[in-house]
Design a protein around this ligand. Structure first.
Ligand code: DMJ
Length: 620
């Protein structure tokens, strides 16, 4: 009964005619009712106020434990009941002491060690968030592959040079962050963002491309900022047309490496999500993917300039490494099937003189124009044959054979020596040689050195010599310019050697290939000239490419003063600076035994075969 309806009754004078005793009794009864209503209200407040749970655990914890003891037939004062309560109190005390010890340990840790601890709270929050969104992926226990962390070089000169390269990365990153955060690339002269149409509406190419370099150089605050951007902003659900190749090597490759280095689950999930978005590109009669893809509609097409609607060798042939890892990390074989199917389609075709033309029609499955190049349009196809074998822990025998057969054909038909003694790799156009070598082709020195050990019997030495000769030629292409930076392409005809003769081949856009090759040759030979050549490149970059707002390419390497192109390419952070850093690092930092670098310099772990098996399996 509501308290309000009782009150007028209690104050009615007519009731004074009843006996004093009965009046007192009624009054007592009413007071009792009012009191019990008040108690009920108090309990209601305890249960329904927002922080009532704290009150419950703090104020009522002890009495409820006593009550439990009574209900089970024990005396609340008995030794067992007191024991339970005491145990609980002891646990609270212990938890409190543990927390204090942990806090003390953390305070005593070196800040760098704290950063290195990949299982941060933030990390777990990120992982938790992503997991909630998508539970369809298998749970994978992250095991860090060997060689992620580097050590300081013991030699003081090398140490200083390595530190200088880290400073260059810091400068490139800080300027990107200041002027172009979230854009694909930085315009370092005009100090603004730049969006290349290679990535359509995708954003943040520099962030994703730089993630692993930041990690490798132990720039953990920057890595965290980049990771946060990926979590909050990297969005693939867009109605936009992208280059399948570029997005694969930079975005998928960058995310995969970030996952393998840091163990952050978000990168695995993002890489797989993006890989799935790329799958419609393979919907062609032959399974040879389109070059361009609309990420929303899944409609693909080829570059309008490519011979007869062809797909490009270096594009469809540079998906293998990333897609094998996508299958491994997702448990979905579809990615591996797609790239193995490309191999099958190529195996069915005749190769002119054992060479692979750059153009292949995805509808007819026939070659387009018979142009062959180990540089632009062809390059990373050869690289991925070799690395497919290495990344499979040398179980992919087919990849191995395809690589060494292709290299043999290249040696026979494309590799020549100039009258001045420079070995170069020419291009082949319908049976005619064009005595030109691209900056892009210079990666081949490193590739041949990397494959020398597995070369057919008795050929290892020759392959190493060939690698060293190509590296020398590429160094010459730098040394023969005013700015000491290499041109986009250089020729061996018309009385010149290793020099660009056409105006539109004289530019340098911060490309990595020559430095990449120095790094491989250094690792295999420890000949100091490779570090010396790398250092020459550092000095030239500092002198001619470093501007107030970052690093810029130059339009003419033969000019006496640099004319800047105002682009800081994302591969400058992903590749050029990473390979320079590794050139001045110890060999056990990302050792080749455990890692292969994708064509954008993103390290991917070797998929170790299980003991007593020929199958590629666990990542070590
Ligand atoms: C990079 O994106 C990759 O190395 C690619 O394989 C070729 N071109 C650029 C760097 O020059």
């Amino acid at each position: 009964m509501p308290v309000a309806t009782l009150l007028p009754f209690t104050s009615t004078p007519n009731r004074k005619s009843t006996s004093p005793t009965s009046f007192r009794l009624t009054e007592k009864f009413i007071l009792l009712l009012v009191f019990s209503a008040f108690i009920t209200l108090c309990f209601g407040a305890i249960f329904f106020l927002p922080d009532s749970s704290k009150l419950l655990s703090g104020v009522f914890f002890r009495s409820s434990s006593v009550e439990t003891a009574t209900r089970t037939g024990m005396d609340s004062g008995s030794s067992t009941g007191t024991g339970n309560a005491d145990k609980i109190l002891a646990k609270i005390r212990k938890d409190h002491e543990d927390a204090l010890i942990e806090a003390k340990d953390t305070l005593q840790k070196h800040p760098e060690d704290i950063k290195k601890d990949i299982k941060t709270d933030k990390d777990q929050v990120v992982q938790g968030l992503v997991k909630d969104k998508d539970d369809s992926l298998p749970i994978i226990e992250y095991v860090r592959p060997p060689g992620v962390m580097g050590r300081e070089p013991t030699d003081p000169d090398t140490k200083e040079k390595r530190a200088k390269i880290k400073e260059m990365m810091q400068f490139a990153w800080d300027n990107y962050k200041r002027y172009a955060w979230g854009f694909n690339e930085l315009r370092p002269v005009s100090k603004q963002g730049h969006s290349s149409n290679l990535f359509g509406g995708l954003k943040g190419a520099t962030i994703v491309d730089a993630l692993d370099t930041l990690y490798i150089m132990e720039m953990y605050d920057e890595f965290e900022a980049a990771s946060e951007w990926v979590v909050k902003n990297l969005d693939f659900n867009q109605n936009t047309e992208i280059s399948v190749f570029e997005v694969n090597i930079r975005f998928v490759g960058g995310l995969l490496s970030a996952y393998y280095l840091s163990g952050k689950e978000v990168f695995r999930r993002k890489a797989i999500e993006l890989g799935e978005k790329l799958l419609p590109a393979f919907k062609t009669p032959t399974g040879i993917p389109w070059a361009l893809l609309n990420m929303k509609s899944g409609i693909g097409r080829n570059w309008p300039w490519a011979s007869g609607g062809s797909s490009i060798l270096a594009e469809y042939g540079t998906l293998h490494l990333e897609f094998m890892h996508l299958s491994k990390l997702s448990g979905n074989p579809v990615f591996a099937e797609k790239v193995m199917n490309i191999r099958k389609a190529l195996n069915r075709l005749d190769k002119p003189s054992g060479l692979y033309p750059n153009y292949l029609n995805p509808n007819s499955g026939q070659w387009g124009q018979h142009h062959v190049s180990v540089g632009g349009l062809g390059d990373s196809f050869y690289e991925y044959l070799l690395k497919a074998w290495l990344m499979s822990d040398k179980t992919d025998e087919e990849g191995k054979k395809l690589y060494y057969d292709a290299l043999q054909a290249i040696e026979k038909s494309l590799i020549r020596k100039s009258s001045g003694g420079l070995t170069y790799i020419a291009e082949w156009k319908g049976g005619l040689l064009e005595h030109k070598m691209g900056h892009l082709t210079c990666f081949a020195g490193g590739m041949i050195a990397l494959g020398a050990d597995g070369a057919p019997e008795g050929q290892t030495g020759r392959h190493m010599e060939l690698a060293a000769e190509i590296t020398r030629t590429c160094h010459e292409s730098y040394a023969r310019t005013n700015l000491k930076l290499g041109p986009e392409a250089f020729r061996f005809d018309g009385g010149v050697e290793a020099i660009a003769t056409r105006q539109n081949e004289k530019y340098f856009i911060l490309r990595p290939e020559v430095i990449e090759t120095y790094m491989y040759l250094w690792r295999f030979t420890h000949d100091p000239k490779y570090r010396q050549w790398g250092w020459e490149a550092v000095q030239a970059l500092e002198q001619h490419c470093r501007v107030e707002g970052g690093y810029s390419g130059v339009r003419d390497v033969y000019a006496s003063n640099p004319n800047h192109d105002d682009v800081q390419q994302s591969f400058y952070l992903a590749e050029t600076l990473k390979y320079l850093y590794l050139l001045f690092s110890e060999d056990d930092h990302l050792p080749f035994e455990h890692w292969v670098f994708n064509t954008e310099a993103h390290p991917l772990p070797v998929i170790k075969k299980e003991p007593n098996s020929n199958q590629a399996n666990e990542v070590e």
